[in-house]
Design a protein around this ligand. Structure first.
Ligand SMILES: Cc1cc2nc3c(=O)[nH]c(=O)nc-3n(C[C@H](O)[C@H](O)[C@H](O)COP(=O)(O)O)c2cc1C
Length: 178
């Protein structure tokens, strides 16, 4: 698949062929693509947790209410950020961190790689919803420095979402001046 075609045809997929697993090599390839994303100061502060335990997948909706379809996924990839590894500052009246930005870009790479491999995936938000972050950390027994950023159910698609009409809005481009 051509990169430009992939960018324009990737859609969120929320229905998956039940009981069709994805082989670990394919999952690894997808995560490899995520790790080629750009990061602030090249810190690459991400970690990826792959879970296919059906009980966990079905429980996720109690933590993040818009993930009910995750129960039918082949697995879920939790994209996490290491808050100690990321480019951040907490001194001289400055407090910031690029951890979420880095994880967001990696998540998009993950979605695009899944699409290129004929898989369906959907970005489900975790950070910056503090309650969701806290509950996921506890439920998944994540170390203190690991921030769950996104929940990505993944599977062989059992739907082909319609491509949106009018997604491109030329009026959003401001040439030269606002
Ligand atoms: C930050 C973020 C959080 C999202 N969270 C959810 C979610 O919790 N559940 C869900 O079904 N979709 C979620 N989505 C997917 C969006 O609904 C989807 O990207 C949007 O409707 C556009 O559709 P498309 O991805 O097919 O282009 C999320 C997307 C983003 C970027």
């Amino acid at each position: 698949m051509d990169l430009m075609e992939g960018l324009l045809t990737r859609r969120s997929v929320r229905k998956y062929v039940s009981d069709r697993k994805i082989d670990p090599e394919t999952i690894t390839e997808i995560i490899k693509a995520a790790q080629y994303a750009p990061t602030a100061h090249n810190r690459q502060p991400w970690e990826f947790l792959v879970v296919d335990d059906k009980e966990v997948l079905a429980h996720l909706r109690h933590i993040q209410r818009w993930t009910s379809f995750a129960k039918d996924a082949a697995c879920v990839i939790f994209v996490c950020g290491d808050i100690e590894q990321s480019f951040n500052r907490s001194k001289d009246n400055e407090t910031w961190s690029f951890v979420d930005v880095d994880c967001a870009i990696a998540t998009e790479n993950l979605l695009l790689a899944a699409h290129a491999k004929g898989l369906g995936a959907c970005y489900c938000g975790a950070a910056p919803m503090q309650r969701v972050v806290d509950d996921l950390k506890e439920y998944l027994h994540l170390p203190e420095n690991i921030r769950p950023f996104a929940i990505v159910p993944l599977g062989y698609p059992a739907e082909e979402p319609k491509q949106p009409e009018g997604r491109f809005k030329p009026e959003k481009i401001h040439w030269g001046k606002w």
